[in-house]
Design a protein around this ligand. Structure first.
Ligand SMILES: N[C@@H](CCC(=O)N[C@@H](CS)C(=O)NCC(=O)O)C(=O)O
Length: 338
């Protein structure tokens, strides 16, 4: 209860609406590295790989921004944050941005005073149970104990869903991703609820992933994306357009593999603008004119990052679904590069 009230309700009151001093881009350049807030570790999204290097779909957003600024995806320091510590970390300037499965909501945007700079994963909240529980639907969960992370929209939606359906539950609350996974794996709760992408990620690391099933119901909208402090529009633009570059590159069929050929010979005007062959788009952001070329060359386009980190051929196994391009039946859509 203490966690629930602190994080779900009182948490927002701890902050006054923040306004960044302009100049984050200059600060980042002067420091020589980007400081990016990520999760404490979520397979496929943000976790150290076998060489100890942070990797994942959210990590790629940080790497894209670092590459846009420095031409080098390695110029990032990753700061692990929990659901509870992420907002104070951004508010205080400990991190320049967050890229960690954070849902864009009214309160976070308006009351906490942040600026969401896009959506890199359209998600929704779901439930995972052990198959031997014999449950086929979230509507059969009356009386269940439910593992949930503190400081999340998950806690709020969980309460809403059970209340709206006249069901009771016992929350079992943890702060860190590995704590909650271990607790669920050790049977300390019947159900694990979080974003469905998070469930797929965590399921891949359970002792027997096949013993668990994600139930069909999606009980909320969780548009996940990067965010910065409110008020520094130049920095917001840099983060927003670094993500947009990855999406636009997919739309235009530009990949890390063909970007050199495209730059040398494409006649498509949008590709020529994107890759710095025509126009002065990078300098308007305070970046070099080959900033987007560098992002595509080193991090890849949206599809490449998705497939490499969380797609059907990874242990996370997420189909593109609504995260497909709008031209492929999804809702992923970037503003034009002109
Ligand atoms: N999208 C939701 C949920 C985010 C969330 O709880 N993510 C989990 C991982 S799925 C987490 O951050 N765990 C804490 C950690 O990283 O240690 C929100 O923004 O509140």
């Amino acid at each position: 209860m203490r966690y629930t009230s602190l994080c779900a309700a009182g948490f927002a009151a701890m902050f006054v609406a923040g306004t960044a001093s302009a100049g984050t881009l200059d600060d980042v350049k002067a420091r020589g590295e980007l400081i990016c807030g990520v999760t404490t570790g979520l397979a496929g999204f943000a976790a150290p790989d076998d060489k100890g290097e942070w990797a994942g779909f959210d990590v790629d957003v940080c790497r894209a921004v670092a590459t846009g600024v420095f031409g080098d995806p390695k110029k990032v320091k990753f700061v692990p944050t929990t659901g509870k510590s992420r907002f104070p970390a951004l508010q205080s300037g400990e991190v320049d941005m967050l890229a960690r499965n954070t849902t864009w909501t009214f309160d976070r945007d308006v009351k906490l005073g942040f600026e969401f700079t896009g959506i890199n994963f359209y998600d929704g909240q779901g439930f995972m149970v052990r198959k031997d529980l014999g449950v086929k639907s979230a509507y059969e969960l009356d009386g269940a104990s439910v593992c949930v992370t503190t400081g999340s929209t998950t806690e709020l939606n969980l309460g809403d869903f059970f209340r709206a359906n006249n069901m009771s539950y016992t929350p079992v609350v943890y702060e860190k991703a590995d704590e909650i996974r271990t607790a669920y794996d050790a049977n300390r709760c019947d159900v694990y609820t979080t974003d469905r992408s998070g469930l797929a990620a965590q399921r891949s690391e359970l002792s027997n992933p096949d013993d668990h099933v994600v139930l069909p119901e999606v009980i909320s909208k969780e548009p996940l994306g990067p965010l910065v402090q409110h008020g520094d529009h130049q920095w917001g633009d840099v983060v927003r357009w670094s993500l947009n570059v990855m999406i636009i590159a997919e739309e235009l069929g530009v990949t890390s593999q063909n970007v050199d050929d495209m730059r040398a010979s494409s006649k498509n005007p949008e590709i020529r603008r994107l890759l710095g062959v025509e126009g002065e788009y990078g300098p308007r952001l305070g970046l070099a004119n080959d900033w987007a070329y560098n992002i595509i060359k080193t991090v890849g386009n949206y599809a490449e990052s998705y497939e490499r980190n969380v797609g059907p051929n990874t242990p996370i196994g997420l189909e593109r679904g609504v995260n497909a391009l709008w031209t492929d039946g999804g809702i992923l859509y970037a503003p034009p590069f002109r």
